[in-house]
Structure formats: structure tokens, C-alpha cells
Design a binder for this molecule. Sequence first.
Ligand code: TRP
Length: 455
Amino acid sequence: MASASRGQWSGKMGFILAASGSAIGLGNIWRFPYTAGENGGGAFVLLYLMFVVLIGIPLVLAELSVGRKTELNPVGAIEKLSPGSKWPWLGRLGVLTGFGILAFYSVIAGWTLWYLWAALSGKFAGEITPEISAQMFGSMTSDPLLAIMLMAVFLVLTIVVVQGGVSAGIERTTKILMPLLLVILIVLAVRSVTLPGGMEGVAYLFTPDFSKINFSVMMSALGQALFSLSLGMGAMITYGSYFPKDENLPQAGIIVAFFDTGIAVLAGLIIFPALFAVGIEPNGGPGLVFVVLPTIFNGLPAGGFFAVAFYALLAIAALTSTISLLEVVVAYFVDEKKWDRKKASWILGGSCFVIAVPSALASGGSPFFTNFMGLGIDFLSLQNVLWGNYSLSIGAVMLCIFVGWTWGVPKAIESLEASGHKFPASGLWSILIKYVCPIAIAIVLGYIIWTGQYF
Ligand code: TRP
């Protein structure tokens, strides 16, 4: 059987863990707080939650239905459902986007390794003031060789897992560690919220100031919803393709979405109270989380231990996400180009290293990439916006049209219900995927393109 040789999750739980592993990562813990901080807090959070429900969850199910039906990578899957059409280009855009995201994501992931090392060597045992923390962060990111090496180490870790194949590598990595991450996050959130002045951060996160809402905030919230749920480039198509035939797919998909969103909110409850308590500005950019966190370990009982546990789990959460990014690219070359999995993993991961170098130099390592071409944005943030917001949104809108109109909602629902479990919300889902999602995304994207406020 073809599916047996491609590998399959060991069951619904295996899928939930693996897909959560893909979804939960730096997107929740690094990207969500820093993007919320740059976009005014509560208003952004409200829009983000709205987009998760209205666009994110329907799209999770759309991608999973395509994957389950075809048991193929995004390109092969779309080709199979719409032979001879131009639609497979949507899959190719997805593969390219996975590559683009991996090339900046692995830089941030590399930073987590440095912080893990710092925690292990007891750097966070004493009191860390915001100034000391900012300086620590800066001295790491502005060391070009260090930043490149950290990124390279992370890519090698990713390659090693992906070359081992899907269920063996990915599932095992996620199984124990995701629940552990949840526990640590809860402890840190309690610590942070109870800091003197911490409640101000909670208010910042949950009190929407509607005057802050504009199209650029909407674009960021939409991008964040897609990015966090690993949508818009076929990662969920790929993961759905390994989904067991006899299990309830919609239910599993919705659980993953809730779990992922919960972790993001939890990360917000760690970062914002702490930031208000120690007096750091919320709009600190990509370094925000890395600067804020070291300031809270000291007051925690066994703070040194928590620091180590936190950075270890953050690195692992990042790894289960980079795995899914590389997996999409590798699955394409294995399925469509008949490459050997091992060879594909090393060649594609290796090329990603080359493309990631400018992003590694974008936080002080090289003036050219730190203020890229004098645009007033660093190269890494630019990649983050380009791939993470725009490319994913374009992929998402096209996927809605493909599933809702070309392949067609009835067939998608048939695939979602293939196990014999009825999908009770199928009527609502078809309205969302055919009308609400594509129109909403197209309006936001269209407005941004029209007015040229790209970043
Ligand atoms: N969702 C992951 C995170 O939040 C990142 C990620 C993994 C991703 N695979 C993806 C984002 C595919 C978009 C598409 O960290």
C-alpha cells in the first residue's frame, strides 16, 4: 500500500501531537507577543482571535481534507485533484514559502539555543535588569559568526529528524515534550501575572482600543493567525496526508487549533505582565521576548531550573515547527522528483542555510542587512512579513478558492467525513470556505497592495 510506505501517524493522538508540534512554536511564543506589541495590544489580539475562528479553523480543515484525500505533498495533491490545470502552482508557491519561512525561522530558533546554553551556564541565576538583558541579547545577535553558527546547528538538527521519516522522527519528538511545555508556560504565566504591576499587562492584552484598528493591524493579525496555525503553504496538507483513514479528522483539526491559540495567549500572559512590571516598551521588535524573559526567572523559586527547562522546551517547540517546514519541501522532492529522503533533506536543508545567512546578519551582524538597503527595516523582519504575512495570505486565499470552488465543497466534506464520523458544522464550514474566508483575506490583502503600506 502506498500510504504504508509513506508512513502514517500512529493514530489520532499521534496526529494531534505532531500537528500541534508544527503549529506551536516560535510563532506563538516569539512572533505573537512581538507582533501584538507592535500593533497596539488588545485590538490586535481581538482581531487575531477573530481570524483564528473565522479563517484559521476553516482553513485547517480545508488543508487537511486535501491531504487526507490525496495522501500526497501539496503539489502532487492539487495536481491529483485538478489534473492538467494551473492549480499545482499553488502547491509550488507553498513549497517555496516553506523554504522562505525556514530561512528566517531557523535564525530565531538558533537564538533559543544560545539562551539555553546561557541558562545552563547559570547566567540567569542572579538578577537581570532590562538593560543587562538587552545587552546580552545584542551581543549575541550582533556577533555574525555566532548567529550564523547557531542557525546552522538548528538546521542540522532539523535535517537529522526529517531524514528519519515522518512517524519515527516527528511523532516521537513531540509526544512527551508538548505537554511539558504547557506546564512550564502555565508556571511562568502565573509568576508573571502576579508580579507587581503585572495586571497592567493583562489589561494591555485584553482591552481592545478600537481606534488602533486599521488595515495594517488587520494584515498583521491575519498573517499571525495563518502563521501560527501553519496555514497557507500546505504544511497541513502534508500532515493530513499521513492521517489515519478511520479517525475523526475535523475534531482532531479543531483540537489542534484551540491548543495552538491557547499557547499563544499563554505566551502573551507571560510576556506582557512581565514587560509592564520591569518597564520595557511593548514595541521592541523581534528581540522583545528574548529581552523580557530573562528578567523574570530570578524571582521564581528554582528560577535557574525554570530557565533551563523553558529554553530547552522552546528550542524543541521550534524544532517541531522547523521539521514541518522542511518536511513540506522534502516531501515534494521525494514524491514528485523521486529523490531519496536522506539526500533531499541534506540538499534542501543545506540550501536553506545559504539563504538564511542574510537573516542571521540582520540584527547587528551586518549594517547592510540590519537596515536593509536603507528601507528602515531589517532583513529578517522583512522576510518575516513577506513570507509570513503576504505569501501565506496569498496561498490561503487561493486555497479557499481551490477547495471551495474548483475541487468543490461536497468532495472536501466527503474527505473530512471519510472515517464515517459526521462533521456537524459542515454547512457553516462551506459558507466560510467559499465566501467569508476568501473575501475577507482578499479585502485585507487588496487594501494593503492598493495603498502600498507593505510594512
Ligand atoms: N506555526 C509555526 C509556529 O507558530 C511555524 C510554522 C511551521 C509554519 N510550519 C509552518 C508557519 C507552515 C506557516 C506555515 O511557530
